[in-house]
Ligand binder design. Structure first.
Ligand code: NDP
Length: 450
């Protein structure tokens, strides 16, 4: 930390001291504040108005119990969260994650990332996140419905189209959004379409929302490759995860001519050197809600590698897209990717690469698109969903896809601009952090000391 300006170091110490039991939150703050080192001397107001501490402390944090009944009639208790991190640019906006690893620190890390991501889209949305330690895996449809209803019975009083607009994340897809909205409607007696995004297109959802995060991560990758005179066509790609983001990253990579040879879930990896079969994958994951292991059972050319027997990142590829979860790609994985010929990494997930992995990518001059820039397509199309709801309009697939592609190109341009202007290191991480921060900072300064 020696070379860091005193104010950054002091803020980091302050954040560490008051959040010491939340390592992923500290990791996310650490990365952003380090990027801001060159900016604080150019904008004295940042320190004078104490923006660094202010942006690291959520505006409001809610923790509540979620009591629901399982199919055996037993009463179950989970913990629910909503962290309203920063509303300088607009209503809080960010997804809900249902996963057993969820705790306050995880939701704070995701909410913090969301501030800068939302800012980078150029849209009027603040940053927030929520979720629960509920595990939808292995639960019946009715159990998921009862859980969502109980979760919303507390959350509904804290959200609204101009207050806080949740969406999906890990474990929360179209099905859960439907149950959550249904309960909100019942409790409030209002059909507030703009209160939640990721809705089914039959009742207020936007075309391309389901695809947006995965497509967007590939559009960002395309922009990065262009800077080196490269393209996606003909390249071999590996995508971790097999959920919403991974599936549609795979779809778009295939559409643009890549050979996608592997994907994964928490049990292991499927590897198919000739290229995955998207329709089969979608059938198993999106329709049957099955496991990746059964893909290998149905496709004889695919091999299933259990998690304990090896990481997806040891499979040779030129393009790598981590689309599963935080810290899934370590320094060892980064070295394996580089030694096998990887030239670019675009993060579909939030903070999937460890700081050690990112350092290695930068040292080895690998094109590296950090999540808060590369996966911003999801929230960008969520905001387009809100616009369509407000206008009672419904845009075509081509129209929304074009806006998504333009937004991703715009975010890429912002990252390049700010990394060239301020960062000696000249990388996308600094560009995204600085570009995202400065817009929020300007709004916070305008609003005064609140
Ligand atoms: P899903 O729940 O649809 O899918 C998550 C996928 O990641 C599943 O295949 C899951 O496997 C896998 N996974 C989770 N943990 C691990 C692990 N430890 N090792 C290997 N695989 C794992 O979630 P999403 O696709 O929506 O989200 C994926 C990532 O993208 C998250 O980081 C999320 O925050 C981020 N993101 C999502 C957005 C969206 O629009 N949905 C927007 C921006 C970012 P398993 O089934 O075994 O758990």
């Amino acid at each position: 930390m020696k070379s860091l300006p005193k104010a950054i170091k002091e803020t980091l110490d302050w954040v560490h001291a008051r959040n010491h039991s939340e390592p992923v939150f500290i990791q996310a703050v650490d990365e952003v504040l380090r990027s801001l080192a060159p900016v604080i001397s150019a904008y004295p107001d940042i320190l004078e108005e104490n923006l660094l501490q202010r942006i690291c402390e959520p505006e409001r944090q809610l923790i509540f119990h979620v009591v629901w009944q399982d199919d055996q009639g037993r009463t179950q208790v989970n913990r629910g969260f909503r962290v309203k991190f920063n509303s300088a640019l607009g209503p809080y906006k960010g997804g809900l994650r249902f996963h057993p690893t969820v705790n306050l620190g995880v939701i704070k890390f995701l909410g913090f990332e969301q501030i800068f991501k939302n800012s980078l889209t150029g849209l009027s949305i603040g940053g927030g996140k929520g979720g629960s330690d509920f595990d939808p895996k292995g639960k019946s449809e009715r159990e998921v419905m009862r859980f969502c209803q109980s979760f919303m019975t507390e959350l509904y009083r804290h959200i609204g189209p101009s207050e806080d607009v949740p969406a999906g994340d890990i474990g929360v897809g179209g099905r859960e959004i439907g149950y959550l909205f249904g309960q909100y409607k019942r409790l409030t007696n209002r059909y507030d379409l703009g209160v939640i995004t990721g809705k089914d297109t039959a009742w207020g959802g936007s075309l391309v929302r389901k695809e947006a995060t995965g497509f967007g991560a590939v559009y960002f990758l395309e922009e990065m490759l262009k800077t080196r005179g490269e393209g996606i066509e003909g390249k071999t790609a590996v995508v971790s995860g097999s959920g919403n983001v991974a599936l549609y990253a795979i779809r778009k990579l295939m559409d643009l001519g890549a050979n996608v040879v592997a994907c994964s879930d928490s049990d292991g990896t499927v590897h198919q050197p000739g290229g995955l079969d998207f329709d089969q994958l979608r059938q198993i994951k999106e329709i049957e809600r099955g496991r990746i292991r059964s893909y290998a059972e149905r496709c004889p050319k695919a091999k299933f590698i259990p998690r304990k027997k090896g990481s997806i990142w040891t499979i040779p590829c030129e393009l790598a897209l981590p689309c599963a979860t935080q810290n899934e790609l370590t320094g060892v994985d980064a070295m394996a990717l580089i030694n096998n010929g990887c030239i670019a990494v675009s993060e579909g997930a939030n903070m999937p690469s460890t700081p050690e992995a990112i350092n290695i990518f930068h040292k080895k001059n690998i094109l590296f698109g950090p999540g808060k820039a590369a996966n911003a397509g999801g929230v960008a199309v969520s905001a387009l969903e809100m616009q369509q709801n407000a206008a009672l309009a419904s845009w075509t697939f081509a129209e929304v896809d074009k806006r998504l592609r333009d937004t991703m190109a715009g975010i890429h341009g912002t990252c390049v601009h700010y990394s060239r202007k301020f960062s000696k290191r000249g990388n996308y991480v600094d560009g995204a952090n600085i570009g995202g921060f400065l817009r929020v900072a300007q709004a916070m300064l305008s609003h005064g000391i609140i």
